[in-house]
Design a protein around this ligand. Structure first.
Ligand SMILES: Nc1ncnc2c1ncn2[C@@H]1O[C@H](COP(=O)(O)OP(=O)(O)OP(=O)(O)O)[C@@H](O)[C@H]1O
Ligand SMILES: Cc1ncsc1CCO
Ligand SMILES: [Mg+2]
Length: 267
């Protein structure tokens, strides 16, 4: 297998062989997340029913699990899919949306963490709380700066033996030893709902393309969002026009541009 060494090389490989990505995501995110994957070059499938989620995970190249709009039946599907992905040797990504808000969410996330996600992607408030700290999150929205979550992310990554990605104005990715920051994007991004959820799905798509480099794949997905976010902000009048410009910017982004413009620095 050819080694994919840069975000651009991974993006190009993804487009040449679109991976099937099973996304168990929330009702708010389903449409935009599927469109984000299509614009980036992956094949999304939003499959969450307990009756089929495990079987489907056996044929998908990666799985993403997001607890945004949770119900008891969904938890069964998430558990079955995570187990099937793990036994098939496929990466799976956990997005612990507002897990600190209710006991139901806390318990669901504890059960999913026990199934060892390959990657955990959340905003700063979610990652701080997941590592056992006091977060200031309000519902699904972060109220903590990413800098404040870096120590939590490192501890969580070491404890879970997972790659942890914290997003916000400056993103942070760590596997517990290595760490990088990714700058870019736009302040309009948190004004459009479910872009973080969509990014979780895209992390799954990059992980499917480069399963031998989960850290690099996670960084590549975040860098893709950072560069496309900057492009979409040019000429956007507000969150509405930003949202459609963002899909166009993802689709127009090529490997060379991504590698030339990605701002990734060691942390
Ligand atoms: N102030 C900002 N400036 C630049 N980029 C940002 C900013 N805030 C968020 N982003 C980018 O927006 C994307 C989504 O991250 P965010 O942290 O908002 O996710 P989230 O809180 O989980 O979102 P949601 O729950 O609505 O899906 C990431 O690519 C991140 O880098
Ligand atoms: C707004 C919202 N509520 C539950 S999930 C979600 C999408 C952003 O996380
Ligand atoms: Mg979120």
């Amino acid at each position: 297998m050819q080694t994919l060494t840069t975000p651009g090389a991974m993006l190009k490989a993804m487009r040449e062989k679109p991976p099937l990505v099973q996304c168990i995501t929330n009702y708010v995110a389903m449409n935009i997340a599927a469109n984000v994957l299509l614009a980036s070059g992956a094949s999304p499938a939003m499959v969450h029913a307990a009756e089929e989620a495990g079987e489907f995970a056996g044929i998908a190249s990666a799985l993403t699990v997001n607890i945004g709009t949770l119900s008891a039946q969904w938890i069964d599907g998430m558990q079955a899919a995570a187990k099937a992905a793990t036994s098939a040797g496929r990466p799976w990504v956990l997005d612990p949306v507002a897990h600190y808000a209710t006991a139901f969410r806390r318990n669901a996330v504890a059960g999913l963490l026990a199934l060892k996600p390959t990657i955990i992607r959340g905003n700063a408030s979610e990652i701080i709380a997941l590592a056992g700290g006091e977060s200031r999150g309000q519902g699904v929205d972060s109220r903590d700066p990413v800098e404040q979550a870096e120590g939590s992310a490192r501890r969580l990554a070491a404890r879970q033996q997972a790659v942890v990605a914290v997003t916000g104005a400056v993103d942070f990715v760590t596997d517990g030893e290595r760490a990088v920051r990714i700058t870019g994007g736009s302040a309009l991004m948190p004004q459009v709902t479910a872009l973080g959820c969509s990014l979780t799905c895209l992390v799954g798509a990059f992980a499917a393309t480069a399963p031998e480099d989960i850290f690099g794949a996670t960084v590549a997905a975040l860098a893709t969002f950072a560069v496309a976010g900057e492009d979409a902000a040019l000429g956007a009048a507000g969150p509405g026009s930003f949202a459609w410009r963002f899909l166009d910017a993802l689709a127009a982004l090529d490997a060379e541009t991504l590698d030339a413009r990605a701002r990734i620095s060691a942390a």
